[in-house]
Design a protein around this ligand. Structure first.
Ligand SMILES: Cc1cc2nc3c(=O)[nH]c(=O)nc-3n(C[C@H](O)[C@H](O)[C@H](O)COP(=O)(O)OP(=O)(O)OC[C@H]3O[C@@H](n4cnc5c(N)ncnc54)[C@H](O)[C@@H]3O)c2cc1C
Length: 352
């Protein structure tokens, strides 16, 4: 780590957290593209977030908050600003009349939190096993998989408001959760640095019916343990078969969002014989299905392979630039629109 900032930085702002200059965004995001970021600051306490914000303000540099980079894309021009990463650690579990309150600091690896909960027989997040990234990012896009989303069990989050530099608690009701959305990635994007996340979990297990792929996998393998740990094992096995592990294959997970439909679009889709699903938030068509039926499954476009087993995932096989990603994206979005008349929307955010 390079701590050799100009001495004036230390005189003015006592920047003592881990600060690195000129970091390739491709090295801190799982899609592995993106140019140089001017500074990356890793914070271990809330007061360090304030110091980093004051530092950025003094030099009039923009701030981008990053976690594990599993849902974030870097651009070729890099980022002439400060990337802030939460490295605060710690988990506490308390029994309360409603169940178990689990508070995890935002720098914890999300899957470790799921493991802790499952090991104690707590239900609520077991289907969110193996989602890459840090806990602080989990509420941002309301992570979801196999019939659960974090909004189901989230009680509150502790944040540092970058505008006022004060700590606040935001309750679930304040966060406006819906499919891959919250206040944190819509109306208040970039305003709150998530310090910790508090969940309310219960002893027990998920109630039936389970998500189709869980039912099918369990039936095929003759499994009947649907305890939190049992579901964790099933979900982990399904994911290992279908999704690229970011340690070995560069991707940002689902690159496109499922398509949510208005009343009128639903009618249009049904007339065309497209599979419309009733989701928690409304009617949708699976983006992977559209991409597959538009003929992209397994194809390599500008260095990105459209994953055969989950076509909404793009795997970076050989691309080194954002320009290549933009070209691949344009081909897929255009192809799906030409065939079905629906525009696909990108899920990962871009550092800008
Ligand atoms: C192989 C693979 C599979 C995936 N599967 C799923 C899945 O099943 N379901 C799902 O929902 N997602 C999935 N994802 C996406 C990703 O794992 C999640 O979005 C995850 O929450 C990202 O965590 P991260 O720490 O890497 O976030 P980053 O990519 O670093 O950041 C994501 C967003 O959160 C913001 N952010 C990060 N940390 C903080 C913080 N402390 N405070 C405020 N804002 C913050 C960032 O500014 C950015 O807007 C998958 C990704 C991959 C690569």
């Amino acid at each position: 780590m390079n701590r050799n900032l100009c001495p004036i930085h230390f005189l003015l702002y006592n920047i003592n957290m881990r600060t690195t200059e000129k970091v390739l965004i491709s090295s801190i995001t799982t899609m592995r593209i993106g140019g140089v970021a001017k500074y990356v600051v890793e914070v271990e306490q809330p007061n360090e977030v304030v110091e980093a914000v004051e530092f950025a303000e003094f030099y009039r540099l923009p701030i981008f908050i990053l976690g594990g980079g599993a849902n974030t894309i870097g651009r070729d021009e890099g980022f002439n600003g400060v990337i802030l990463i939460n490295r605060m650690r710690g988990v506490t579990l308390t029994e309360v009349p409603e169940g178990f309150r689990l508070k995890a600091m935002g720098g914890e690896v999300w899957d470790e939190i799921v493991r802790v909960a499952c090991e104690r027989g707590l239900t609520g997040i077991e289907a969110l096993s193996k989602i890459p990234g840090l806990t602080g990012a989990a509420p941002v896009q309301n992570i979801g998989a196999y019939g659960q989303e974090i909004a189901d069990t989230l009680e509150s989050i502790e944040v540092l408001d970058l505008a006022t530099k004060t700590l606040k608690t935001l309750k679930k009701e304040d966060l406006g959760f819906s499919y891959r959305k919250s206040l944190l990635n819509t109306t208040a994007r970039g305003r709150y640095f998530v310090i910790s996340v508090t969940l309310l979990l219960k002893k027990g297990q998920m109630s039936k019916p389970f998500y189709n792929s869980i039912e099918t996998y369990a039936a095929d393998k003759g499994l009947s343990d649907f305890s939190p740990m049992g579901i964790r094992e099933i979900v982990s096995a399904i994911r290992a078969d279908k999704l690229p592990d970011p340690k070995f294959k560069a991707s940002a997970g689902s690159f496109f969002k499922n398509v949510y439909l208005s009343e009128e679009e639903t009618e249009k889709a049904k007339d065309k014989g497209l599979p419309v699903y009733e989701g928690k938030d409304g009617r949708k068509i699976n983006a992977g299905w559209l991409i597959e039926k538009a003929g992209f499954s397994g194809k390599v476009l500008h260095g990105f392979r459209v994953n055969e087993k989950a076509a909404l995932v793009l795997i970076n096989e050989s691309a080194t630039t954002y320009a290549e990603l933009a070209a691949a994206r344009a081909e897929i979005v255009g192809g799906v629109y030409d065939k079905f008349g629906f525009w696909l929307e990108q899920e990962p955010v871009e550092i800008a």
